[in-house]
Design a binder for this molecule. Structure first.
Ligand SMILES: C[S@@+](CC[C@H](N)C(=O)[O-])C[C@H]1O[C@@H](n2cnc3c(N)ncnc32)[C@H](O)[C@@H]1O
Length: 421
């Protein structure tokens, strides 16, 4: 069922934001490319969602219908990924897409049609701030790269929170302030130059200004943002010329979430929000280890300097869901990585190297890791993997090595668990 509803004229919408995305639908996409590749990422990887938001228990299991909202779906990256995953998993999903921009919706619709996924997707043009409640309640809401463009992000997040089912959750992304150093300097320069409010004149001035900037300018010196170089006109505009755009530090993300009656479950990738990723000196981190998650994450953000966006999962504050534990009955599985290749490389080096936005981090893995990794098939429990060892290591030794290995791979978003039944 493909439903088309036009409700673009609500008073909450920001005219400038809508005008921008009518002229420059973001990100620039061509439906024909759906024949060649699927754009994937976070939030919205379903294994990740199930692990963090639903404690490892898929709400769409046993043929149960789930309802998903893609709020500010743009040209459809998150929508297409979620709809494709639902089909691949043969689950009953009803997906609602809402966006202000008709130009963006046309591209998203064309992509969905190209993949033959239109049966379970409804398209709505308008502001989700007004409409989310009307189309809810939802099990899962994706809102990626949108809330920081709202005139009132708090009201936007509250509207989404109110449209969630009690056990539902959301995958969100908002800009990170430190990694975007220089972006807001550019936006301020445009204001000081009294640039046209929108359209091609604004783009032309922005490009001329950017070309003129000296090598000492913070944007020129920032290697962590690249949309203005690689993202075409839509990318340039979205990154540097937006007029309704703010960024968040970790503490602000927590305040934002808590004010909406929500609880932050985890940032993606968790390793980036852990100070021990950047520093192993006990004397330096002595007072930073046994402090709440929020404080550790805020310190890690300052240490890293390269976090351009915060991607994270939330639930209602009262929902006490926890990710599954790596106990004997849990079933481990790989995400985004081939287990055999990983096992081979860990056998050779004893470690794993992970790269996050220009920073490579090396983590040693326990000696039993290659043997454990080769036995993970997404069906065996941790206990069954132990039983395959011959000779058998001490149980406590095996469990400890599995837990350390899992902690590293899970923090890098490479391994999750189906919980014990
Ligand atoms: C940067 S794009 C992100 C698109 C998509 N979520 C993604 O990650 O590729 C932001 C989108 O949010 C939409 N948007 C902004 N405010 C909105 C609102 N109040 N209601 C619905 N859509 C909105 C814009 O029209 C635009 O398409």
């Amino acid at each position: 069922m493909s439903e088309k509803i036009d409700k673009a004229d609500d008073p909450e919408t920001s005219d400038k934001t809508r005008a921008q995305y009518e002229s420059f639908p973001y990100p620039a996409r061509d439906a024909k490319d759906e024949d060649k590749r699927l754009v994937v990422g976070s939030p919205g990887n379903w294994d990740e969602v199930v692990h963090f938001v639903f404690g490892g228990r898929d709400p769409s299991a046993k043929n149960k219908k789930i309802r998903i909202l893609v709020a500010g779906g743009g040209t459809g990256d998150g929508l297409v990924m979620l709809a494709q995953q639902a089909r691949d998993r043969k689950v009953k999903a009803e997906i609602v897409y809402i966006d202000l921009s008709t130009a963006s919706r046309e591209i998203a619709e064309a992509r969905i049609k190209r993949r033959g996924l239109e049966k379970n997707v409804s398209f709505v043009t308008g502001s989700f701030v007004d409409l989310a409640g009307e189309y809810g309640p939802f099990d899962y809401i994706d809102c990626c790269g949108v809330l920081h463009h709202l005139p009132d992000p708090d009201a936007g997040l509250k509207a989404l929170a109110d449209a969630l089912k009690p056990k539902g959750g959301m995958g969100l992304m908002v800009y990170g302030e430190l990694g975007r150093t220089g972006v807001y300097h550019m936006q301020e320069m445009m204001e000081r130059l009294s640039a046209e409010a929108g359209g091609s004149k604004r783009l032309a001035l922005g490009k001329a200004l950017y070309d003129a900037l000296p090598g000492t300018n913070w944007l020129r010196r920032n290697p962590f943002v690249g949309d203005h170089v690689h993202g075409g006109d839509a990318g340039f505009y979205d990154l540097l010329l937006h007029q309704q755009d703010r960024a968040y530090r970790v503490d602000e993300v927590f305040d934002f979430v808590e004010k909406a009656g929500l609880r932050l479950l985890q940032f993606i990738e968790p390793m980036r929000y852990d100070p021990t990723t950047y520093c192993s000196r006990h004397d330096v981190l002595e007072k930073a280890v046994h402090v709440p998650f929020r404080q550790r994450a805020a310190l890690a953000e300052l240490m890293a300097g390269n976090i351009t966006k915060h991607t994270f999962y939330v639930t209602k504050a009262g929902n006490k869901v926890k990710p599954p534990m790596p106990d004997r009955d849990a079933v481990p599985f790989f995400v985004r990585v081939d287990g055999v290749s990983l096992a081979r490389s860990v056998a050779k080096t004893g470690h794993i190297k992970i790269t996050f936005t220009g920073l490579s981090v090396t983590r040693n893995l326990p000696p039993a890791s290659p043997a454990i990794l080769t036995r993970i098939d997404g069906k065996r429990t941790v206990g069954e993997i132990y039983d395959l060892f011959d000779p058998k290591p001490e149980k406590y030794e095996f469990d400890a090595q599995f837990a350390v290995m899992f902690a590293v791979l899970n923090a890098a978003n490479l391994m999750y668990l189906h919980p014990a039944n």
